[in-house]
Design a protein around this ligand. Structure first.
Ligand code: ZN
Length: 202
């Protein structure tokens, strides 16, 4: 199945991702396809729930340049261990096309995550990479960057958000968007269950 980015206000973006228990060839293939989609849509990070998969997985390349694969980072089941400082920068999101807004976040973080080789790895990041990673981790918890805005900043993008809501509703009415249930059914459930473990099935 071809991947595409789900846009606000699709309910899948509010879904909390499940921890991955098995890394196999199919998951590695998914990572390759997520990177391809991220470059194609000119992003620097992409979380699995943005492509409709409730998995604790995100891909990042802070350069957004596919010619620099050495900058690629894959985070599986990531956890932020430490946060330091505070910084305010403008952010955008592939699920909120053409909207940019100022977000205050910790400036430095330490993250622990599983790599594609199944190894536990720790990262200490500062600045832009720390910001991108926090943005992607938020997605995995069903949190979008608009949930991090001050009321004033949120008000300043109200019209753009309403435009996305109207577009979403009309796409749904015209049948261009599958429902959340249909969408999950479209994916091979056996495959998802193999990654997250049968006990996580809800
Ligand atoms: Zn995003």
């Amino acid at each position: 199945m071809e991947l595409h980015v789900f846009k606000y206000p699709h309910p899948i973006l509010k879904q909390k991702a499940k921890p991955i228990k098995k890394i196999d060839a199919a998951l590695r293939d998914l990572v390759v396809r997520m990177f391809a989609l991220m470059y194609e849509t000119e992003g620097v990070g992409l979380a699995a729930n943005q492509v409709g998969l409730p998995l604790q997985l995100c891909v990042i390349n802070p350069t957004g340049d596919k010619a620099k694969p050495e900058e690629e980072v894959v985070l599986i089941n990531p956890v932020i261990r430490r946060r330091k400082g505070s910084a305010e920068e403008s952010e955008g999101c592939l699920s909120f096309p053409e909207i940019h807004a100022s977000v205050v976040r910790p400036d430095a973080i330490e993250i622990e995550a599983i790599s594609l080789n199944g190894e536990v790895r720790s990262f200490a990041w500062k600045g832009f990479l720390a910001r991108v990673a926090q943005h992607e981790l938020d997605h995995l918890h069903g949190v979008g960057f608009i949930d991090r805005l001050t009321p004033t900043v949120l008000l300043s993008i109200k019209e753009e958000l309403e435009a996305l809501e109207i577009e979403f509703e009309s796409n749904r009415r015209l049948g261009f968007l599958p429902s959340e249930e249909e969408m999950l059914k479209q994916w091979d459930q056996a495959e998802i269950n193999a990654w997250v473990g049968a006990s996580s099935r809800t």
